[in-house]
Unconditional design. Structure first.
Length: 350
């Protein structure tokens, strides 16, 4: 099956100078992919020509006249820039022209536009950002939310746990992924009232056999691989993610201090590759009626190519279909929630 990916080529700190080389490199590695490059057509074709890829039959260009800047307020992206590369790329998913969209653009704007265009799944109150982090077990730890929802109620974290479990199951082939609730201790008496109430909801699901809830986990458990999925609010998740990136860069700079440090770094190179945040680029927006992958805004071509890989794998593994089915089966209604309208259309096959 051919997977079609729409790319917001203008998004991020670097735009086409990064997104297009990454797209070309990705196509060389993945014969089942087709890419739709969205942005200012003249700039995109100039970059394609520079990369000697203007005649690649698996690359299509879709013109979009506007660009959402990294510092644009959400309202500007949503209300004023209706022909932005970000919005057009997302609309291709809604129309069925693409299976998944990838953007390195402004996170707040991307979430707002994605939610406005695609709508949320029935039963989902707030979409969340989920990504992978490395652990000692040699497998990824799926963590959410990583920044979409700073203030959360227990039912929000409960929904995140369900969506993270489904994503991990689909991507890793794990029938019942273990779920940990990030806390300041393992004991049930620890944590604030939101975390305690969330734990009660997850324990009830565990007893009913709906979810595989391990219990509370601490920050070091993320990298021990104690659980397959770690759940927290977006404030904690984003701080954790940025701290991990900072530590990785610190190690990299430390090995440049002197010749002995550099030699030590060379000996440890294979192990240090596990901490390279570039290899874990690409967070999934979960809970929408369509797949959207968020790349780091400052991603280089190597890192952005990993985001394309995440997008391809999510579409190839039918993550959206599995999310829809599982959410419909086990997602409890949020307090005061009303049924979401049905929008969107299936992918058009060529």
């Amino acid at each position: 099956m051919t997977i079609k990916i729409s790319i917001d080529c203008m998004g991020g700190d670097h735009g086409p100078s990064v997104t297009i080389p990454a797209a070309i490199s990705f196509l060389k590695q993945e014969p089942q992919a087709e890419l739709i490059l969205v942005g200012r057509e003249e700039e995109l074709r100039a970059e394609l020509k520079k990369c000697h890829a203007e005649n690649n039959p698996r690359l299509a260009v879709k013109n979009a006249t506007e660009v959402v800047a990294m510092d644009d307020p959400v309202e500007v992206a949503l209300r004023r820039k209706k022909d932005s590369s970000m919005r057009v790329a997302i609309e291709l998913v809604k129309e069925g022209a693409a299976h998944v969209c990838v953007s390195a653009g402004n996170t707040g704007a991307l979430m707002a536009v994605s939610r406005y265009v695609l709508k949320t799944m029935p039963g989902v109150d707030r979409p969340a950002i989920c990504s992978m982090l490395p652990n000692e077990q040699g497998k990824p730890t799926y963590m959410l939310d990583l920044g979409a929802n700073v203030d959360c109620e227990p039912h929000h974290l409960h929904q995140f746990a369900i969506m993270g479990s489904v994503l991990c199951s689909a991507m890793e082939g794990i029938a019942r992924p273990t779920i940990g609730l990030l806390n300041v201790g393992h004991e049930e008496i620890k944590g604030n009232e939101v975390v305690k109430a969330t734990a009660a909801l997850l324990r009830a699901d565990h007893e009913r056999g709906v979810l595989n809830f391990h219990g509370n986990v601490e920050g070091n458990d993320i990298f021990k691989g104690t659980t397959d999925v770690v759940v927290c609010d977006g404030f904690v998740g984003n701080v954790t993610l940025k701290a991990v990136e900072g530590v990785a860069h610190f190690f990299k700079s430390a090995f440049r201090d002197n010749l002995l440090a550099t030699l030590g770094g060379l000996f440890a190179y294979r192990s240090l590759k596990k901490l390279n945040p570039k290899s874990y680029n690409g967070g999934s927006f979960l809970g929408l009626k369509g797949l959207v992958i968020k790349s780091h805004g400052g991603a280089d071509a190597f890192s952005f190519e990993w985001a394309l890989r995440r997008a391809f794998d999510a579409a190839h593994n039918n993550v959206q279909e599995q999310l829809s089915r599982m959410i419909a089966e086990i997602m409890p209604a949020a307090p005061g929630a009303v049924p979401a309208e049905t929008t969107g259309s299936p992918i058009k096959q060529s």
